[in-house]
Design a protein around this ligand. Structure first.
Ligand SMILES: CC(C)(COP(=O)(O)OP(=O)(O)OC[C@H]1O[C@@H](n2cnc3c(N)ncnc32)[C@H](O)[C@@H]1OP(=O)(O)O)[C@@H](O)C(=O)NCCC(=O)NCCS
Length: 515
């Protein structure tokens, strides 16, 4: 392999073992051997070291000279000290180097010993179909890490500074000062709403939370599917159903107002779908959205059946606000790739949910909570954490690919958890400090801090959300970020179509017949 591309070398095309002759042999014997092996040359050896080459062309010249091949020695007509090639040399290089020479057959030598012969014709055949390079193509690192693939006004993450923003505002400051619908309006429209705009927006969203009769009829079947209930999978299927039922059209064929309406519908209905599917799976009737409640309070209401305490609703709202967008993450990128094909918004949202369902992306805030359960009580904390790190375990809810300082979402959610109070929040704060100190001591220089998942689990648990709804709750507000990106992509689109470097067996291989 070179640069990840499988390069064919001389070894792949040489003939081996080579047909050889001794310099003391007569030409007739060498010529007969050449004929019987069907080759165009013999390599003249001394031990296993090539000292010359005798080719068909040499024999033709010899015949023309009128000599007697039964008495003339190979040494008299061979070419001494022929050009040699190593078996590891790429075919393309060997051809470029040797094609200028006079010789059509080149001995292949490894550690001074002859191991084969390669013909210029073979080298040329392979060299001409071997891709010399990918002209004009740049090679991106695995996972596209650090590669800028688009321009966006939606937002960005500054990992070194522990900062992320929605458009021009700090995401955490926006979360502290405004409500979710404000942020949603802002992400779609590019400016924060005034009171009149906000009220009008909330009125616009209210009917879009409803599921249609057909979707309502089919949800019980989706909720029953599978031995395990995976809420995100059920949601993915339900969103697809909503888009089909509402006749979403390809983004290529509709204008921004129509695409915006699709986006509002998907983002509005997702909390209703999550709650309905979860209730159905657990044997409860779904609840219609509460017309007086805003996004987060209504979400909790549709799950629990109770109008939540405003502090609880605000805590969930703040969690959801912190997760609306976070740079060009895998699900956002997926949504943009699908939109770039001109597909409808439902397809892009379903694809994004699929990307988020992977453990490397959507994660599992519940795992951080499982760890708190495993530690059990404050007295166990130091020993448990030390033992886990010393055994090489990853501490769930700590460390981040982008943030090398405190994750701003974790900082905000820690405040939310502490504001709500309770034993769990206090315990979590102690565990966080212990983990950070222990990792700093045992894994110095790695800059490991709590990430969003650690306190997200604590907050959602404190607000009465079941653990299996943690990731769907994340998906619900992230849908707003996906849709802001979809609108942006559709407004200035070019199909996203990168290239890949082929590294499989060199083509064209002969296609075997079926025996
Ligand atoms: C989030 C995460 C995947 C980022 O990974 P990453 O940027 O690729 O970091 P690396 O895997 O290269 O880790 C760098 C070093 O820090 C250590 N490290 C990273 N996260 C750690 C954690 N949570 N606990 C203990 N050690 C950790 C690694 O062991 C590694 O140490 P080494 O240099 O001795 O090998 C990683 O921190 C992790 O696995 N965290 C736990 C799972 C989690 O909380 N996921 C939710 C993310 S929102």
């Amino acid at each position: 392999m070179a640069d990840g591309h499988k390069v064919r070398t001389v070894r792949d095309v040489m003939s081996s073992p080579p047909v050889t002759a001794l310099s003391s042999e007569v030409l007739a014997d060498a010529s007969n051997r050449m004929k019987s092996h069907g080759v165009g040359s013999v390599v003249v050896i001394d031990g296993d070291r090539p000292i010359g080459i005798l080719t068909e062309r040499d024999l033709v010249s010899f015949v023309a000279s009128g000599g007697d091949s039964s008495v003339t020695k190979v040494s008299e007509w061979m070419t001494e000290d022929p050009e040699l090639v190593g078996p590891g040399e790429p075919v393309v290089d060997a051809f470029a180097r040797l094609s200028q020479g006079r010789y059509r057959h080149i001995p292949v030598v490894e550690d001074d010993g002859l191991i084969g012969v390669v013909s210029i014709r073979d080298l040329m055949r392979i060299a001409s179909i071997e891709p010399m390079s990918y002209p004009g193509h740049m090679e991106a690192p695995k996972g596209l890490a650090g590669v800028i693939v688009a321009e966006t006004e939606v937002g960005d993450v500054r990992g070194q500074e522990g900062f992320y923003h929605y458009r021009q505002y700090s995401a955490t400051e926006l979360t502290e000062r405004r409500g979710l619908e404000d942020a949603w309006y802002f992400m779609f429209e590019g400016e924060l709403p005034d009171r009149i705009q906000l009220d009008a927006f909330i009125d616009e969203l209210r009917p879009l939370r409803q599921v249609s009769p057909l979707v309502a009829e089919l949800l019980p079947a989706l909720a029953r599917a599978g031995e395990r209930f995976v809420p995100l999978d059920a949601l993915r299927t339900a969103v697809s159903l909503v888009a089909a039922d509402a006749d979403f059209r390809p983004s290529l064929d509709i204008d921004r107002p129509a695409l915006r309406m699709n986006a509002l519908q998907v983002c509005s209905v997702i909390p209703t779908l999550i709650a309905a599917l979860w209730r159905l799976r657990h044997g409860h009737e779904p609840l219609a959205p509460h017309p007086e409640l805003r996004y987060a309070a209504n979400y909790l209401y549709m799950i629990t059946g109770e109008v939540p305490d405003p502090d609880i609703a605000r805590a969930i709202e703040q969690y959801q606000m912190t997760t609306i967008d976070h740079g060009f993450n895998a699900s956002t990128f997926t949504a943009r790739v699908i939109t770039s094909t001109g597909a409808d918004l439902g397809a892009a949202a379903v694809g994004a949910i699929g990307a988020l369902s992977g453990p490397l992306h959507g994660g599992a805030p519940s795992r951080a909570l499982d760890m708190l359960d495993a530690i059990g009580n404050p007295d166990n904390t130091a020993a448990w954490v030390r033992n886990a790190v010393e055994s090489g375990d990853r501490i769930m809810g700590f460390g981040h690919r982008v943030y090398k300082t405190e994750d701003p979402r974790s900082r905000l959610l820690r405040d939310v958890a502490q504001r709500l109070g309770g034993d769990m929040a206090e315990f979590a704060t102690l565990v966080e400090q212990t983990v950070v100190d222990t990792l700093a001591e045992l894994k110095p220089g790695r800059d490991l801090y709590a990430n969003v998942e650690f306190y997200a689990g604590v907050v959602m648990d404190r607000c009465g959300l079941p653990r299996e709804l943690f990731t769907p709750t994340f998906a619900s507000s992230r849908a707003i970020g996906w849709c802001a990106n979809i609108l942006e992509q559709a407004a200035d689109n070019r199909i996203i179509r990168p290239s890949a470097k082929y590294v499989g067996p060199p083509p064209p291989q002969p296609v075997p017949e079926l025996d």
